[in-house]
Design a protein around this ligand. Structure first.
Ligand code: PLP
Length: 399
């Protein structure tokens, strides 16, 4: 999965370009910067790569979600639907806008179940945020069709699926906005960083303004200080060094995905020895970014027993139902409404609880995730590691 595995000379040269220019800020300093505009160049390259007309770089994948939601006008009193299997950042961004996250089940794609989405849409739903978890496609065409019928914008959380496609089209380019993360463990990394892509110019303009304190970025004789402010914003600006690293990593992305595909095929073949094994449903294997392999066993007890053997052999798999950061019933701080805000916001307002979550609300997701085991697929995989994994899975097949 992570671009850090192949971090090297290309990233170093890109960073040196920035240091030689002496300018770290993405805007202004035209006289000093020797025509080095790395963040702008990264945005243009990322938009071209994904097939979107516009891209807006920001400080993180979480910021990308926040900026997209803000630009779509989401705020207090609104509901935003996402899935109960995602990283906490997805709903943190929704809460940070003042909106209430509503969670759907996942199906065998391990992404949003469109049938459950339909049940959860209300007149308050102002955005739908499907997540392309673990590098592979949500049922984005179905989700988009439902959303279009209800006139609700879709934001695709593509943080884990850079380089992924569905039927030839890039993930992140189906909805109104696609958001990406380049944090330290993502498929391509800038250390910290994020991107919003869109083919709606007006929406891009709002994101561009929001992530820079409302600056309208219109040329004027007063320079940056003289720019207009159509509305209030915040600071989620990416800096030049991140943009430079992003350019080097983006150039490697298709190679990263190709290497992962080869290594994922190894994991899949090795896991096939397990009796009763089923693999996660992948809608389009060609477009899978192949960052993870997930397989399901017949029941929870068997899954525990198999993973115990794998752990004993030093190659334990990830069991998301035991993970505190990605799975709804384990988000105790969300479920219990824990916040540092003394007024209880966003869970309470004016002394009254406004958001209540039931830990048992997603039984279909639990039934799948309790039987699921996942291996993260590396870019570089040594032969001795392969031998060890294959032997451990053979042993686990005997229990
Ligand atoms: C990593 C991640 C994010 C947040 O990205 P950061 O850059 O770490 O803020 C959002 N959503 C998902 C699904 C992620 O995996």
């Amino acid at each position: 999965m992570p671009g850090f595995e192949i971090f090297g000379a290309e990233e170093k040269q890109q960073v040196l370009d920035v240091l030689d220019s002496g300018v770290l800020f993405r805007y202004e300093f035209a006289a000093q910067r020797k025509d080095v505009w790395k963040v702008r160049e990264f945005e243009q390259a990322f938009a071209a790569y994904t097939g979107a007309t516009h891209a807006q770089a920001v400080t993180s994948g979480t910021a990308a979600l926040k900026v997209a939601l803000a630009a779509l006008g989401v705020g207090a009193g609104d509901e935003v639907i996402t899935q109960g299997f995602t990283f906490v950042a997805t709903w943190e961004a929704i809460l940070d806008c003042g909106a209430v996250p509503v969670f759907t089940e996942v199906d065998l794609t391990l992404n949003m179940d469109p049938a459950d989405l339909e049940k959860k849409i209300t007149p308050k739903t102002k955005a739908i945020v499907p997540v392309h978890m673990m590098g592979a496609q949500a049922r984005i065409e179905e989700i988009k069709a439902i959303a279009d019928r209800c006139n609700i914008p879709v934001i695709e959380d593509t943080a884990q699926a850079a380089g992924g496609r569905l039927h030839g089209r890039h993930l992140g380019s189906f909805g109104a906005v696609g958001t990406f993360s380049f944090d330290a463990v993502k498929t391509m990394t800038t250390g910290e960083g994020g991107m919003c892509i869109t083919s709606d110019e007006a929406l891009w303009r709002r994101m561009s303004e929001y992530q820079d304190h409302g600056h309208d970025h219109a040329p004027n004789p007063g320079g940056r200080g003289g720019e207009g402010r159509p509305f209030i914003g915040f600071n989620y600006r990416m800096m030049e060094i991140q943009g430079a690293i992003g350019l080097a990593q983006l150039a490697k992305l298709d190679g990263i995905v190709a290497a992962q595909k080869t290594n994922k095929a190894f994991f899949q073949e090795a896991a096939s020895v397990l009796p009763g094994v089923r693999f996660r449903e992948i809608l389009d294997a060609d477009g899978d970014s192949a960052t993870f392999l997930t397989f399901m066993l017949p029941d929870s007890e068997r899954t525990t027993a198999v993973n115990q053997v794998l752990r004993d052999e030093g190659v334990g798999a990830v069991r998301w139902s035991e993970n505190g950061w990605h799975y709804y019933p384990n988000w105790e701080h969300l479920l219990e409404g824990k916040t540092y805000c003394h007024g209880g916001w966003p869970f309470s307002a004016h002394g009254k609880r406004r958001i209540v979550y039931d830990p048992q609300a997603l039984p279909a997701s639990a039934a799948i995730l309790e039987r699921a085991l996942t291996y993260q697929v590396p870019i570089l995989l040594a032969d001795e590691q392969k031998t060890k994994i294959a032997a451990a899975l053979k042993k686990a097949a005997q229990v």
